[in-house]
Write a protein that binds this ligand. Structure first.
Ligand SMILES: N[C@@H](CCC(=O)N[C@@H](CS)C(=O)NCC(=O)O)C(=O)O
Length: 318
């Protein structure tokens, strides 16, 4: 793990506050939006018109944030319209790489060894972390966006006039409720597991793990008698929670010490996990080999011997 400083790669862990030991996540740097006519989106600059074949999505199959973006690509029927590039699951020296491995795609841009070269191709003096997902524009030769929440949302509607299906992941009448829930789920669950797992002090761990399980308890309660988190259809709120839920028992429970309960101890959340997994096109976005190997073997500071635990079976039967 490392970062770029003025376009130069440094192999160093720098994700924690020195005093509190708390894990800190950067703001994403590229925030442009693809829109139906190329007009400017909610943030960033315009000029990124939705066109089949023009864009490429770089992901890791291990990463829950990248998984959101790829889930949207599948749910919206955009697998032919947007190319997919998959990095290797191991993230150590040099960060994400294109070394050979099962399901890894060589980089089509410049046959790069590492993803940081794609970042510096977009911005030669880039400073910051080199994260997935990355949405690349082949026409302008640059990164459109590297924030998964934006990519999930833009894929939900940008391509509706040029090939996407009409599934609405962000229905107008539920937007406020979705936004409010997304924020809490992000803070306590999606990022909560990382804050617990990467904590470098007992206080930082406690401050993350308590709200994490309080929120899971609340979500279990909310899901009683319901199929989806908001309204009565699948929305981006479900997708965003799900990419954490599916990794929870095999990885976060053990590796990130989120072991107060497991998802299988929450019947409604376990069945939501299965329901989303069984949606058309979704199972093929899930790769438990990449997920397990990435976490247990990449984070040497929390699992020095890189032992990959065997259990449990990640998905309960339907
Ligand atoms: N805010 C970003 C975060 C993405 C992110 O942190 N991805 C992780 C993988 S799970 C990553 O690439 N980390 C590399 C690093 O921080 O150096 C998003 O949601 O898109």
């Amino acid at each position: 793990m490392g970062f770029l400083k003025n376009g130069e790669w440094h192999d160093e862990w720098d994700h924690n506050d020195e005093d509190s030991g708390e894990f800190e996540r950067d703001e994403s740097a590229f925030r442009n939006w693809i829109t139906p006519d190329g007009s400017t989106g909610p943030t960033g600059e315009g000029g990124f018109k939705a066109e089949p074949g023009r864009y490429r999505l770089y992901i890791s199959l291990a990463c829950p944030w990248a998984h959101r973006a790829n889930a949207a690509r599948h749910l919206k029927g955009l697998t032919d319209a947007i190319d997919l590039v998959v990095v290797h699951w191991l993230m150590k020296e040099g960060g994400w790489s294109f070394r050979e491995g099962e399901c890894v795609t060589p980089d089509p841009l410049m046959n790069a060894d590492h993803l940081h070269q794609v970042y510096t191709a977009a911005k030669p003096d880039y400073s910051g972390h080199v994260t997935v997902p990355v949405l690349w524009d082949k026409e302008q030769g640059t990164i459109v966006n590297n924030e998964s929440a934006d990519i999930l949302r833009m894929l939900g509607s940008a391509f509706d006039d040029c090939g996407a299906n009409d599934l609405d992941l962000y229905p107008e009448q539920h937007r406020e409720e979705i936004d409010a829930l997304n924020e809490r789920v992000y803070e306590d669950v999606n990022n909560g597991v990382y804050k617990a797992g990467f904590a470098q002090s007992q206080d930082a761990y406690d401050a993350a793990v308590k709200p994490l399980f309080a929120m899971l308890d609340e979500l279990e309660e909310r899901m009683q008698g319901r199929e989806w988190l908001v309204g009565d259809t699948l929305t981006e709120a479900d997708v965003r929670l799900w990419t954490t839920l599916i990794r929870f028992d095999p990885v976060y429970n053990t590796h990130f010490k989120c072991n107060v309960r497991r998802i299988r101890d929450y019947p409604a959340l376990a069945s939501l996990t299965r329901r989303i997994h069984d949606l058309p096109g979704i199972a093929e976005t899930v790769n438990f080999d990449h997920i397990r190997h990435h976490y247990y073997e990449s984070h040497e500071h929390i699992n020095p011997n890189g032992i990959v635990p065997r259990g449990p079976d990640p998905l309960l039967p339907a």
